[in-house]
Design a protein around this ligand. Structure first.
Ligand code: CP
Ligand code: NVA
Length: 337
């Protein structure tokens, strides 16, 4: 019997049920355990995996690469500039070629339409490694980290402070609503998520019991948060926006005062990374020289606090991506979820 996951692509969280998402998170925890105990789990022996990256990546690339190798598969990195995609060859034609040689394809790029077209025309599972709209593999790692910290997911409150309309915010809003997590997007009015997305989140929330809050009011937004989450103020492809975003988002910086406003003793901090918490990078130094700011979406104090779990979250990218690849490509025996 084929599992419900076999042959399926992961393009956006909304294509999966709550039970399926929870299955993948729990399966990732199991695979993590196996890895720590050096137990072999080569479910994809002999498979070839294409890793398409139109945008830069550390975690997603490293996670897909190491996860594929652990599973016995061969990952092949096809970066922007290495292949014809977009310049001399359409997504459709590229998908047909890659689908005839590879057993699964990861894609990170700009348009959601591109990852959907890859899935449509390649005939193999396609995994969205981030588009302008969604970051679904990130969500599995995030909620695995939440489960590790709290022993549960449902009923918790997650407040995301920062750019309220980027891929990570969109994905948290929908995934939180599906999973029954009270999800607060705390952001200035100018950066409120798309109204259609909020409607969709509310539809899921009605079923799951989650409470959705979109607010510019920091006190109201972070109150009661078990998880305080942020992401960069300027996403890949939006580099011209720094000045505008700094002006809008500086009050929404995650600092100790904001953490204290949750009113909770055991709030954790999460960040998908990379983060601007100091001036140890070229871009951060440029921002400091231009705007006099040495920390952006999160202060170094919070980033280095004992309640900050962004590096466990980063490690969990690998275990969760491994779960997705194994479940969708490994012919596993998963009779029900
Ligand atoms: N969080 C995340 O996707 O990191 P990378 O951009 O390094 O892949
Ligand atoms: N919102 C960020 C996420 C990076 C993992 C970006 O798209 O650049």
């Amino acid at each position: 019997m084929n599992s419900v996951f076999q042959g399926k692509s992961l393009l956006a969280e909304k294509d999966f049920t709550k039970e399926e998402l929870i299955y993948l998170i729990d399966f990732a925890a199991h695979l993590k355990d196996m890895k720590k105990q050096n137990i072999s789990h080569r479910y994809l022996e002999g498979k070839n995996i294409a890793l398409l990256f139109e945008k830069a990546s550390t975690r997603t690339r490293a996670a897909f690469t190491t996860a594929a190798i652990d599973l016995g598969a061969h990952p092949e990195y096809l970066g922007k500039g290495d292949i014809q995609l977009g310049k001399k060859e359409s997504v459709e034609d590229t998908a047909k070629v890659l689908g005839s040689m590879f057993d699964g394809i990861e894609y990170r790029g700009f348009s959601q339409e591109a990852v959907e077209a890859l899935a449509e025309y390649s005939g193999v599972p396609v995994w969205n490694g981030l588009t302008d709209q969604w970051h679904p593999t990130q969500m599995l790692a995030d909620f695995l980290t939440v489960k590790e910290q709290f022993g549960k997911i449902e009923g918790l409150t997650l407040a995301y402070a920062g750019d309220g309309r980027n891929n990570v915010a969109n994905s948290l809003l929908i995934t939180g609503a599906i999973l029954g997590v009270n999800t607060h997007i705390v952001t200035p009015k100018e950066l409120f998520p798309d109204a259609k997305l909020v409607d969709l989140a509310n539809e899921y929330a009605e079923k799951s019991g989650a409470k959705i809050l979109i607010t510019a009011d920091i006190d109201e937004g972070v109150k009661g948060a078990d998880v305080l989450y942020t992401d960069v103020w300027v996403s890949m492809g939006e580099e011209a926006e720094f000045k505008k975003r700094i002006d809008l988002l500086l009050p929404y910086q995650v600092n100790q005062a904001m953490v204290d406003k949750t009113g909770k003793a055991d709030t954790i901090f999460l960040h998908c990374l990379p983060a601007f918490h100091d001036v140890q990078t070229e871009v951060a130094q440029e921002i400091k020289d231009t705007y006099g700011l040495s920390e952006m979406e999160v202060t170094d104090e919070v980033f280095r606090a004992p309640y900050a779990h962004q590096f466990e979250q980063a490690e969990n990218r690998m275990h969760t991506i491994k779960a997705v690849m194994a479940a969708t490509l490994g012919n596993l025996f998963i009779p029900t979820v």
